[in-house]
Design a protein. Structure first.
Length: 221
């Protein structure tokens, strides 16, 4: 088996940093990226994933579509009421990562890769139920049962980092931050008002890093 790597790339800062970390130690010919489209996924995020893959020089950028996957805000109100009441964000997708990881595992097998890399940071662990070292360890156990004799593991190298630390790492690695996406909207320009945009602006400001992002409107409230 080769040392081929499949990076699950959304187009956000975290997955971009994960990709740049892999490219630092793995030849471009052995790196593949996978992006997964779902219901009302942002065109801007999709375009960023394609640009990041091109700039990283990966062997191939793969895209698959799962239109039945819907964020919490796109679920019927009665279905998402419990998750809203416990504070899950509107971009929460039920069993998202179990589905994403499984799709990535199937693609990894088809391209003869032995590693899947995802970009979750440490702050994701407290917000989403299907993120964290324990979840990934259990998924790797399922992989060993599902693909006996095939050496494939899923890794999340950014789990020890906060969002702020991930952005610092992005800057030091030379990640093209202008080609990353944080907005929770569905357009091609950051809205400037959602929580994703607010967090992005805040982190850049706190780190003293110039924010290269065009926003439709800046929410100063």
């Amino acid at each position: 088996m080769s040392d081929r790597v499949l990076v699950l790339l959304s187009g956000g800062i975290d997955s971009a940093v994960a990709l740049w970390l892999i490219r630092r130690e793995t030849p471009a010919s052995e790196v593949y990226t996978l992006t997964i489209d779902y219901y009302r996924r942002s065109r801007g995020e999709d375009e960023c994933a394609a640009r990041l893959s091109a700039k990283a020089g990966v062997s191939s950028h793969i895209k698959i579509s799962l239109p039945f996957l819907r964020e919490l805000e796109d679920q019927p109100p009665e279905r998402g009421i419990h998750y809203r009441s416990v504070g899950f964000p509107p971009v929460f997708i039920p069993v998202r990562n179990l589905v994403f990881y499984s799709c990535a595992a199937h693609i990894a097998f088809s391209i003869n890769a032995n590693k899947i890399v995802v970009g979750h940071n440490g702050e994701d662990v407290g917000r989403f139920p299907d993120v964290g070292a324990g979840f990934i360890e259990r998924f790797n156990g399922l992989l060993r049962e599902s693909l006996p004799g095939y050496r494939l593991t899923l890794e999340a190298p950014l789990l020890p980092y906060s969002k702020r630390e991930v952005v610092q790492l992005a800057f030091s690695l030379g990640v093209p931050l202008e080609d990353t996406w944080s907005c929770w909207g569905t357009g091609t320009i950051h809205c400037g008002r959602c929580e994703g945009c607010q967090t992005r602006r805040k982190v850049f400001r706190e780190l003293g890093i110039e924010d290269p992002t065009p926003y439709e409107r800046i929410n100063t409230a």
